[in-house]
Design a protein around this ligand. Structure first.
Ligand SMILES: [Zn+2]
Length: 181
């Protein structure tokens, strides 16, 4: 049972008139795990970026209501996060996952082999674990009405551990004169 995760309402909630989107929140937390069994990418429509489904031999986009001959793959990763108040799960989409792991999803898919099938979470994605980030999170009726977590992350910014440490040490550091040629 999850409780008490701090989600601070963002100052300027967007799309406030949307019935689905209830709030935008900001929080900072550490990613502690990738949820296994949820997959790590999805196949989407190149026009609208929504998930396509298999139809016969090809793919079909329900949103565009047409067959898709050149679907794209994008990251979708569900991660467990922890802050000082508790734990919950966030859904990270393509841009945010790519920002953290640096490698585009196409590169990983291109390297998959039989020993390393797409059903397994690639090792490089484990790099997200242990990262502390600021998360801009969307709370929708999916979360409140259905009681699901997996809050969608709209944007994230990774905190640089070196910077965090530097701030902590501003008063005491000094004996690090390095003069290499
Ligand atoms: Zn589409």
């Amino acid at each position: 049972m999850e409780q008490g995760f701090i989600l601070i309402p963002a100052l300027t909630p967007q799309n406030a008139n949307s019935t689905l989107l209830l709030a935008r929140c900001l929080c900072h937390a550490e990613i502690t795990a990738i949820l296994d069994g949820e997959g790590w990418y999805y196949t989407c429509c190149p026009k609208c970026a929504r998930k396509v489904r298999l139809l016969g031999q090809g793919y079909y986009c329900g949103s565009c209501a047409e067959n898709v001959s050149d679907p794209k793959q994008r990251y979708k990763l569900i991660v467990r996060v922890v802050d000082i108040s508790g734990t919950t799960t966030f859904t990270l989409f393509n841009k945010e996952v790519e920002r953290l792991v640096v490698v585009p999803v196409e590169n990983i898919l291109a390297e998959l082999t039989q020993d390393n099938p797409a059903s397994e979470i690639p090792a490089v994605l484990n790099n997200v674990i242990g990262k502390t980030c600021g998360f801009d999170v969307k709370i929708s009726s999916y979360n409140t009405n259905l009681g699901y977590e997996e809050y969608t992350v709209v944007k994230l910014s990774e905190y640089d551990p070196a910077e965090v440490q530097a701030v902590a040490e501003t008063s005491g550091a000094g004996a690090e004169a390095q003069n290499a040629t």
